[in-house]
Design a protein around this ligand. Structure first.
Ligand code: GRF
Length: 201
């Protein structure tokens, strides 16, 4: 199976996925990075790992539909089976999501449905919750929404600073995302009534 990772920024999750692939933990081919930001750290990480990069910028297209059509053509060229969003800062349109239904994953740094949006770690910290965590889910038409694949919690201790919490969350993300991708590649995930069932076969 061919995998495309979509990223807009730093790319630490992308790096964790590359490392899992190198260790033989992912029975698939990391075929492509799609990036919508020329400055993204993910681009140099891809180049170092000899993964093809398609830089597709929203501002180069007159409409979101044209931007997404370019992405879709690129995904077809590379015969992509699975899309992995790793810090991709754009909401995909319902048409796009329908086209790849059940084949787009996202990672979010909270226990969804709590703390959606771009500041989930800060928001959980500021709220004073004692437990937060990480969610990997299939993507539907809504932001940070869709059938949950894996979720694990992180405790927020009184002594934790926001930075310490961020480090704990990212460490867990880097473990959980490759696990979820491996489950997909191993055909262990089935969606039924908007819930993900894990098969043990
Ligand atoms: C991660 O915290 C992920 O959960 C969120 O965006 C961040 C991306 O970080 N969706 P990185 O670019 O993978 O380092």
């Amino acid at each position: 199976m061919n995998i495309a990772v979509f990223a807009s920024g730093r790319g630490s999750n992308f790096t964790a996925i590359i490392q899992a692939a190198k260790k033989g933990k992912l029975k698939g081919n990391l075929a492509l990075l799609i990036c919508d930001n020329h400055q993204a750290g993910a681009i140099s990480r891809a180049k170092r790992a000899k993964i093809k990069v398609a830089e597709i910028l929203r501002e180069d297209f007159a409409s979101k539909a044209e931007f997404e059509n370019k992405i879709i053509r690129t995904l077809k060229d590379y015969k992509i089976d699975l899309i992995v969003l790793a810090g991709f800062m754009r909401l995909l349109s319902p048409d796009f999501v329908r086209l790849y239904q059940g084949r787009i994953m996202n990672i979010h740094p909270s226990i969804l449905p709590a703390f959606k949006g771009g500041h989930a770690i800060q928001d959980a910290f500021d709220y004073g919750v004692k437990v937060t965590g990480v969610t990997v889910h299939f993507v539907d038409e809504l932001m940070d929404h869709g059938p949950v694949i894996l979720q694990e919690t992180v405790k927020i201790e009184e002594k934790d600073t926001r930075e310490k919490l961020e480090a704990k969350i990212h460490k867990l993300e880097h473990k959980l995302y490759p696990e979820a991708i491996a489950l997909f590649l191993g055909k262990k995930l089935r969606i039924s009534k908007r819930k993900v069932k894990l098969s043990t076969r």
